[in-house]
Ligand binder design. Structure first.
Ligand SMILES: [Ca+2]
Ligand SMILES: [Ca+2]
Length: 388
């Protein structure tokens, strides 16, 4: 196999495997504006959630018999409108239509899970993240068109996706391969690839975490990932009808969140103080005391990503919705993706503005990226069970 062919092959195969929700970038970004009609025409139906009750009686306040776990806060239950608010000009098609959901109160980590916290889990369990394992071709090919040939063994070594600034302006922001690089040796302990480290960065968010890795951590910690509805309820705080957790003013962004400032992906002017990840809690919290619900790193939710889900939800009020029953992305029928929320240090107004509350992206289950982490939640019952 000649080098040129291999290189091309790596791009088409490895990158689509890792899928970065590239789709998501395109869905979440400019291309979406052109593709609204296609989404409306999508033919695949979402199965109706089993719990489609019109029951809006929720657990609002923290039960008195349960102590708030360390480094968590109680997110009060309520009926909220999930999805784009009318004044949000950057809202994408898959954030619409907005629809009411009823969510019971729950506990949530005040911050993204940090390197120190993840290290404790790994030290106790010897867990190996997906990015640290050889690529499983049998799993990989399930997310690729039938007949896709197996890549050379040299590109099946453990690795993850890292971000590299471009040297000059990018005219085609759809082509993510210009700034995302498959990097052998990149993982949570080497977030920028071989030679980088997390030494002295215990209070930074852990990244290069796949969905499976996040779930394994949750199981160890007796927690779970939030649903998308829970995450959005938590992010809103008392700002129930705002674009951002602080209101609708763009001008406050630099003081409120770690995002990309300047021309993406070539110049970062760092008005917010950070070019890539920032230590957790570097910016003010939202109304509920939750930090970095906008920016810093994207956060996994437990919900399947299905491009038709919001449309199916528009005429009912579901209590504690668990997301779509099955994954579906009309742009990539092979993808099995979960929803992630909050945006990251790479989000920019010219591109995704994904630090907005209703913003969402999709990432395939086995993907890991240097801007994707997570935080955990627990119900009152989960905390009770743990303290028994
Ligand atoms: Ca920044
Ligand atoms: Ca975040």
């Amino acid at each position: 196999m000649c080098f040129h062919f291999l290189k091309k092959f790596m791009r088409s195969t490895i990158l689509s495997f890792i899928s970065i929700a590239l789709l998501s970038f395109s869905i979440g970004c400019k291309e979406e504006k052109k593709a609204k009609s296609k989404i409306v025409e999508a033919s695949e139906k979402v199965e109706k959630p089993k719990i489609s009750v019109i029951d809006t009686v929720v657990v609002k306040d923290k039960p008195e018999d349960v102590e708030t776990p360390k480094d968590m806060v109680w997110v009060p239950g309520g009926v909220i409108v999930q999805g784009a608010v009318p004044q949000d000009k950057a809202a994408m098609g898959h954030e619409k239509p907005a629809h009411k959901v009823a969510v019971d109160g729950f506990f949530m980590d005040i911050a993204e899970v940090t390197n120190s916290e993840f290290k404790k889990f790994v030290d106790e369990t010897s867990y190996k993240t997906v990015a640290e394992r050889e690529i499983d071709w049998e799993e990989m090919k399930k997310q690729l068109p039938e007949g896709t040939p197996k890549p050379h063994d040299s590109v099946m070594e453990p690795g993850s996706l890292t971000f590299k600034k471009t040297k000059s302006s990018v005219s085609n922001l759809y082509d993510f391969s210009q700034w995302w690089k498959w990097t052998i040796g990149a993982d949570w302990k080497h977030p920028n690839g071989p030679g980088s480290s997390i030494k002295g960065k215990g209070n930074y968010p852990v990244v290069h975490i796949s969905f499976e890795d996040a779930q394994a951590y949750c199981q160890w910690a007796n927690r779970r990932l939030p649903t998308e509805a829970e995450w959005e309820r938590a992010a809103k705080g008392e700002h129930l009808n705002s674009t951002y957790f602080w209101g609708d003013e763009d001008a406050q962004l630099s003081k409120k969140a770690n995002t990309w400032e300047g021309e993406f992906p070539v110049t970062n002017i760092k008005t917010d103080g950070y070019e890539d990840r920032a230590p957790v809690q570097s910016y003010p919290p939202n109304d509920f005391g939750l930090y970095d619900m906008a920016g810093n790193v994207w956060e996994w939710t437990g919900d399947w990503y299905n491009t038709n889900y919001y449309k199916e939800m528009s005429n009912t009020i579901v209590k504690n919705p668990q997301g779509a029953v099955s994954p579906y992305n009309q742009r990539d029928p092979y993808a099995k993706e979960k929803v992630m929320k909050g945006g990251s240090f790479l989000c920019n107004a010219s591109y995704c503005a994904s630090y907005r509350i209703s913003s969402r992206m999709a990432t395939s289950l086995d993907s890991s990226l240097e801007h994707l982490g997570f935080r955990t939640v627990a119900t009152a019952n989960m905390v009770r069970d743990k303290t028994k």
